[in-house]
Each structure stands twice: as C-alpha cells, then as structure tokens.
Design a protein around this ligand. Structure first.
Ligand SMILES: Nc1ncnc2c1ncn2[C@@H]1O[C@H](COP(=O)(O)OP(=O)(O)OP(=O)(O)O)[C@@H](O)[C@H]1O
Ligand SMILES: [Mg+2]
Length: 368
C-alpha cells in the first residue's frame, strides 16, 4: 500500500535579514515525506539543512522569515502559523526536534526525572505519580541502566550519550508523529553514536514516527535512512532512495560528497574533500550554484538554473547533465562499485557489533 504523505513542502524560500541585506538561506525547495519513513538530509555546512527543518516547527530566528511557498502537515498549513501560540499544538507535540548538544535541551538545575515527568504531565495530562512511572519506563526504553535511581540525578551526572538518550525520552514523552534529529550524534564518539542510531531505529519501530535525520555523515545515512535529500546552497539538488543516491547518483555534487566517504580513503592518503567554497547567499545565484566547483560544468551551468530532472520514479536530480543534449559523463572512479564498499560499511555500524559492555561504560557517572 502506498504510504500517506505527512509533510509536504512546496516552493519554499527562506530569507534572513542581516544588517539590511537579505541572505537567501532556502531557495525554492519542494519535498514530500511519507509516514514512518526516515529521510536523511545531507550537505555541507551552511547548505540550509537546519534552517529548512526549523521552518517545520516555527523555530526560525527573529530575523528570518518564509518569503515564499507552503509547508503542509497533513491538512494543516504550517507556513501560515505566526505566533508561538499558534504553534503550540504542533511544536513538540506533533513534530519534535532533538539537537546535537543535549545540554541545550536540558535544564542543568532540575533532576532528569522531573524534566521528563513535567512533559508527561503537561502533554498527556497524567498525575505526578503516573508521570513518574511513565518517565522511568521511558528511561528504561531509551537504555538508561538503573533508571529508578538515576531518576533523581542531574544532567551533569550523566555522560554525553546518556544525556542524548534523555533528550530522546523527553521528545518521545509527547508522542510526536515526526522526530527531527539535527546531527544528534555528531558530538558523540563513534561507539556511542552507533548506539544512539540503533536506539532511534528501535524506537521508530515501536512508536512509528517519521524521522528526519540531518547529518554530515554518509555512513549514518546508509545505516538509518530510506530516502535521502542532498542540499547545496539552499536547494535540494538530488533526492532518492538510499540505493538511488549511493549507487546511481547523477549530480556532480553528490558524486563529490560520496567521494569524500572516509571508507574510500586509502591509508596514508588524505581524505577527499570537495574543492572550493559555496557561493555567497547574499547575491542572486545565476545558473547552477555548484557550477564554479563542478569539474563537469558546461556553459549552460553558468547561465541557467537546471530544473529537477526525473531519473526514475523515486529519483530526481537538478543538474544539466540529465538533459538529453548533455554529453555522457562517467561518475568518478572512486565511487564506482560502491555497493561492495557500502555493504562493508553497513556491517561496521550494525547493531550486533557492540555489546552490553559499551552500554555499561556509557552509563557511568561522568563526574567525581
Ligand atoms: N539567524 C540567522 N541569521 C542569518 N543567517 C542565518 C541565520 N541562521 C542561518 N543562517 C544562514 O543560513 C544558511 C543556512 O544555515 P543552516 O544553519 O541551515 O546550515 P546547515 O546546513 O544546517 O549547516 P551545518 O551543517 O553547519 O549545521 C547559512 O548561510 C547560515 O549562515
Ligand atoms: Mg545545521
């Protein structure tokens, strides 16, 4: 059965006013997210990943606004909501976000348990006693050992990985339908990262929410996502299933991203990184924003913005290379036969790989 669309974005543009100039952070983005799907958003720093997803919960900073387009959650037009009051029923309740640094979401002077219970009391109307039971249950489900005792501890007594588990528990206490994860594991070490990813996947099965996962790490994408949206300079330049993007990418920027997979670097050689820098978002961008950095750029790339070409039913790419008149170009050698490399990579990050001992270590008190 075809899955229902939960969130749809149409021709969205977002601008920030900075000292009387306009920075165009999001330029005409369209996107559809289906129920219970995991969408990964990838792209280099400043490409607009966070700004795009902030518009889904009305979290743009004061100087930012939607200048065009619509965001629809089921039948509700989110892009029309203005005041915090209008967002109340959506933010946290329907669409929740967890960020890279769990400390930004936790109150340092309140116990962990009370912070979870508060949310349950507020959003689910439970009594204090019921809320405490539910909070402890959530702590257990998110993998906090010895939850009853740790209920009364403070954030500083938790390790980074455990704090991120608590932030996830708090987000889930409202039973959101969409969980936005903005680089939630970037600050954590690799083992803990894998555990948190695994936890999110498990919880998704149990609670059946839709996940939007922002990451720099294509390895994470392979492990967690169904679909991928690649962003460049405020636009989605390629989108498809994980297979489409890893094995059959069409945009030279996606090729460059794939070429910088750490798994592809040989020992002793420097990791590939995309040469050059993205264009200024203060100026109007002519043609394909990636053209100046694109070794395959044609004349047209500097003059005219490419449309989104359809590659297959699930796969779209915004590059003139998809035009029937374009010359046939081969993707870089380094990313051919990626399948084998990807399989190896998936095994590396598979949940079976780490054992209870890692978890126990992460559960250790970090002070004292
Ligand atoms: N409040 C703001 N005022 C001005 N410019 C902003 C503001 N917030 C974001 N921007 C700009 O919008 C663009 C997109 O930023 P965004 O934070 O979405 O990038 P990102 O893809 O999430 O990057 P990163 O990977 O570093 O988190 C950047 O050029 C950024 O400087
Ligand atoms: Mg960001």
């Amino acid at each position: 059965m075809e899955k229902a669309t939960v969130l749809s974005v149409e021709n969205l543009s977002v601008g920030f006013t900075v000292r009387n100039r306009e920075l165009k952070a999001i330029r005409n983005v369209s996107l559809e997210i289906k129920e219970q799907e995991t969408l990964a958003i990838v792209g280099e720093s400043g490409s607009g990943k966070s700004v795009l997803t902030k518009t889904f919960t009305g979290m743009l900073e004061q100087n930012g606004k939607i200048t065009n387009g619509t965001i629809k959650y089921h039948d509700k037009i989110l892009s029309d909501l203005k005041k915090d009051k209008e967002w109340e029923g959506i933010r946290g309740r329907e669409i929740a976000t967890i960020f890279q640094d769990p400390m930004t979401s936790l109150n340092p002077i309140k116990t962990i348990g009370s912070q979870i219970s508060e949310v349950i009391i507020k959003h689910q109307g439970k009594s204090a006693k019921e809320a405490k039971e539910m909070a402890i249950d959530l702590m257990k489900r998110t993998g906090i050992p010895n939850a009853e005792n740790r209920y009364n501890e403070y954030p500083f007594q938790y390790s980074g990985g455990m704090r991120q588990r608590i932030v996830i528990a708090i987000a889930l206490a409202c039973r959101p339908k969409i969980l936005i994860c903005d680089e939630p594991t970037t600050a954590l070490d690799v083992t803990i990262q894998a555990q948190i990813l695994d936890l999110i996947r498990e919880l998704q099965k149990e609670y059946q929410f839709t996940t939007i996962f922002i990451t720099h790490d294509l390895g994470v994408v392979a492990a967690i996502a169904d679909k991928v949206a690649v962003m460049y300079s405020g636009q989605i330049i390629e989108t498809g299933t994980v297979e489409d993007i890893f094995y059959n990418a069409r945009h030279p920027y996606t090729w460059a991203l794939l070429s910088s997979l750490p798994q592809l670097s040989q020992k002793g050689t420097e990791l590939y990184s995309v040469p050059g820098t993205p264009p200024s978002l203060y100026k109007d961008i002519e043609g394909d924003a990636f053209a100046p950095r694109n070794p395959f750029a044609m004349e047209v790339d500097f003059k005219k913005e490419p449309p989104m070409f359809q590659v297959s039913e699930s796969h779209f790419a915004k590059t003139w290379l998809m035009d029937p008149r374009a010359p046939q170009v081969e993707k870089p050698q380094a990313i051919q036969n990626l399948h084998e490399k990807l399989v190896a990579l998936q095994e590396e990050i598979a949940p079976e790989d780490y054992d209870a001992q890692d978890l126990a270590e992460d559960g250790g008190v970090t002070v004292g």
